[in-house]
Design a protein. Structure first.
Length: 306
């Protein structure tokens, strides 16, 4: 284990040098065998961390890294298996806090194999397409993170699934620092030929990285038919959900999101005569520096509104 620790320390040192360039390519060994498939990312923010020796990581197969002039190094592969939290309905990776963005296979009580998603990013989207040649699946989401943080990175750790259904990450993936405004895409495909016909299964995951200034407050103001302000509500993002009642005479609503630098983003909602609640999502940042949604339900339209 001392030799393994020394090799891992050398890899960490090399990654630290590359980190200064903005994008950090981590060691990217392939999964062990054809049965282990890439299913997406576990997204973490902050200093890149891969604590192989914290007791949660276990040996699983081996991997070889080509160092160029120093030749190839082969050593046991350490992985971090995900632990399913039934109460929260999500997978945790012990000691590595982050958000999930993956599409994995699970077995129902009747034995059916189904696809299950865990997309905890902003603006999640999933798409499925079936053709005569096979199936294509895509998941995507957006990561909001604090702008201007030095030596802080968004790391997209690759997540794999074993043949027997376990999820794990092996520390491979890329770290991105500096400004956002980019989209990271990774693709996996497998083809099987039977009786002269080829059937393929493909999967793509897309993560958009956007740096933002943290929101300070969100102000919801109701206006009457003569554009006079009727009521205002100031929210600080301390609660994940907020419900705001509308006055009968309210005709339109202004949502103003103010960031820590004083910038304001304004969204106007006109109320339709048939009514219905307005839905708005404001993105604050959590303690880890990643985007945290606050869902606003802006009242059910009151009867008798004029």
């Amino acid at each position: 284990m001392k030799r393994m620790g020394r090799r891992l320390a050398l890899l960490a040192a090399a990654a630290a040098v590359l980190a200064a360039l903005g994008t950090v390519p981590l060691a990217a060994p392939g999964p062990e065998g054809q049965a282990d498939r890439f299913v997406g990312f576990h997204v973490a923010f902050g200093a890149r961390q891969t604590p192989y020796d914290d007791g949660s990581w276990t040996e699983y197969g081996s991997q070889t890294l080509d160092t160029g002039r120093f030749g190839a190094l082969s050593f046991p592969r350490s992985v971090l298996f995900g632990v399913y939290d039934a109460e929260r309905g999500r997978y945790d990776f012990p000691g590595l806090e982050g958000r999930n963005c993956f599409l994995y296979q699970s077995v129902e009580e009747n034995g059916d194999l189904v696809n299950s998603s865990s997309v905890e990013l902003a603006h999640p989207n999933m798409a499925y397409k079936s053709t005569d040649q096979g199936e294509e699946e895509t998941i995507s989401g957006t990561v909001y993170f604090r702008a201007g943080e030095e030596e802080r990175f968004v790391t997209l750790y690759r997540v794999y699934q074993t043949e027997d259904g376990r999820l794990y990450l092996d520390g491979s993936g890329n770290s991105y620092g500096g400004a956002g405004g980019m989209t990271v895409t990774e693709h996996w495909q497998q083809s099987v030929t039977e009786n002269g016909e080829t059937h393929s299964t493909s999967f793509s995951v897309e993560v958009s990285l956007q740096d933002v200034q943290p929101l300070q407050t969100v102000t919801v103001t109701q206006y009457g038919g003569s554009d006079e302000p009727l009521a205002a509500c100031v929210l600080d993002g301390s609660r994940a959900e907020e419900s705001i009642s509308l006055l009968p005479q309210t005709q339109w609503v202004l949502v103003a999101e103010r960031d820590e630098d004083g910038g304001v983003k304004r969204t106007v909602y006109d109320l339709a005569p048939e009514g219905g609640p307005l839905m708005h999502t404001a993105w604050f940042l959590d303690e880890a520096g990643l985007g945290r949604p606050v869902f606003l339900t802006i009242g059910v339209q009151a009867e008798g509104r004029v």
